[in-house]
Design a protein. Structure first.
Ligand code: GDP
Length: 430
């Protein structure tokens, strides 16, 4: 049985916590897209952790963690992340890395930095992790698979060939020093030695696991609105953030994905540029940012303050639909307990007309939010275990959102830890 945990919005919805929670009952947890450019924050009995490449199941002894072929693999960062966990008392994870996974090359990171410098101020707000140059090379067919690290002759010939092209850009577009194939070869040999203990034919491993009725979790990074096809292009990420891509980025049959848990946060936040219709500013935003998440809404990888907004029913309905949602996990609801009234975005006004359908980017830029105020509940809801025990206005908030987005909210997260979860029967779940 394969389940996916994915985001409906711009990312940072709390997928890490939900994955960590569901991992208790899982055998295998897989990252299938993205790279170390975003982070998942997890709070458990070992402390608080920001994971960048490792799947959120690494804290359990019984699980196998997998980096699938769809991931942008930064080998030294992965090794550092493993060492960081072990230093803090977490048992060394059982980790497998796909032999088809491609490697973030040192020059991918350089290109991100050089391009940002060249665009000076007009950049997209890249995290400078080399993710866009990495995926460009992957699809231009000049990327390096992990499997290629194990043949020096092939590696040397390919490096020399690829560097001819890279050095033209480096010297003539960016006016920086050219790269040396010999030095890069040495770096890649170090990468090979670091990654060798983990390399595996992941799709074959998963096929066997399915035969043995294992439970497999696919962990998505970012959310629907950052998908290169269905998101707010061009302010998107470079690999698909959809559950459907999990089949490809892990190497699984698509029909095996039976449950798709889409994570929605009870308010909105976004990192990076791009349209954000329900965005708020000033003191109102500062207060929500400060109270948000677990210790404030600041990016787990870069520390940048996140942009804040009210819950967006239009974006979330669309986000859930594109994921193929079977269950919504509604997170961080406890944070809203300070508000007298809670605005929710229920429609977009575009050129004088109100719609509840999420538009393409050119129209999205013109959209203004249609807000509805719901009454707040003005109390702490952490520690509550049953839906019936939540304050009435809090239940109404959940029910209102569910009705607007049209997908069943079956899990409500009311705190950062594994046990802060309320399971709910939804009228929308047949
Ligand atoms: P991810 O990338 O989707 O995993 O999202 P983040 O790493 O940004 O996680 C959201 C933040 O909210 C983290 O700091 C979590 O510990 C925290 N968090 C998750 N669920 C809840 C919740 O229900 N309540 C509170 N207060 N914090 C939560």
């Amino acid at each position: 049985m394969v389940k996916a945990v994915v985001g409906a919005n711009w990312g940072d919805e709390g997928k890490g916590k939900i994955t960590d929670m569901l991992a208790r009952e899982a055998d295998i947890i897989i990252r299938y897209q993205g790279g170390a450019n975003a982070g998942h924050t997890i709070v458990n009995n070992y402390g608080k952790f920001a994971l960048h490449t490792l799947p959120s199941g690494v804290f359990y002894g019984h699980t196998t963690s997998i980096i699938g072929n769809g991931v942008a693999l930064n080998i030294p960062l992965l090794i550092k992340e493993i060492e960081g966990l072990v230093e803090r008392g977490v048992p060394k994870p059982k980790l497998l890395v796909s032999d088809r996974c491609q490697i973030v090359m040192p020059y991918h990171i350089l290109f991100d930095a050089y391009e940002e410098e060249r665009l000076a101020g007009k950049a997209f707000g890249s995290t400078k992790s080399g993710i866009a140059p990495f995926y460009s090379d992957k699809y231009a067919k000049i990327g390096f698979q992990v499997s290629e690290l194990f043949d020096d002759a092939v590696l040397k010939e390919k490096l020399e060939r690829v560097l001819v092209q890279k050095n033209v850009l480096i010297e003539h577009l960016y006016h920086k020093p050219a790269l040396d194939a010999g030095e890069l070869l040495k770096t890649l040999q170090e990468y090979r030695d670091m990654i060798a203990p983990y390399v595996c034919d992941v799709s074959a491993f998963l096929a066997q696991a399915l035969k043995e009725n294992k439970t497999i979790l696919l962990e998505g990074q970012l959310g629907t609105l950052k998908d290169p096809d269905h998101g707010i292009y061009p302010m998107v990420t470079s690999s698909s953030t959809l559950a459907g891509y999990g089949a490809i980025g892990a190497g699984l049959p698509p029909y095996e994905i039976r449950q798709i848990v889409t994570v929605c946060k009870a308010y909105s936040s976004a990192v990076g540029a791009g349209a954000f219709v329900s965005e708020i500013f000033g003191d109102e935003a500062d207060e929500l940012r400060r109270r948000g998440g677990d210790g404030g809404e600041y990016d787990a990888t870069t520390g940048r303050p996140r942009r804040m907004g009210w819950f967006d029913c239009v974006a979330s309905k669309y986000g859930c639909r594109l994921q193929g949602t079977t269950d919504v996990a509604f997170t961080v609801l406890d944070v809203l307990g300070y508000l007298d009234e809670i605005p929710v975005c229920v429609g977009y006004e575009i050129d004088g007309e109100v719609t509840t359908d999420f538009p393409v980017t050119v129209k999205l830029e013109k959209a203004k939010p249609v807000l509805k105020n719901l009454p707040g509940w003005k109390c702490e809801i952490r520690g509550i275990k049953k839906f019936e025990d939540l304050p009435e206005n809090c239940r109404r908030y959940v029910e209102f959102v569910e009705e607007q987005i049209g997908f069943p909210i079956t899990m409500i997260s009311n705190g950062p830890s594994r046990d802060d979860i309320i399971y709910r029967e939804s009228p929308l779940k047949k």
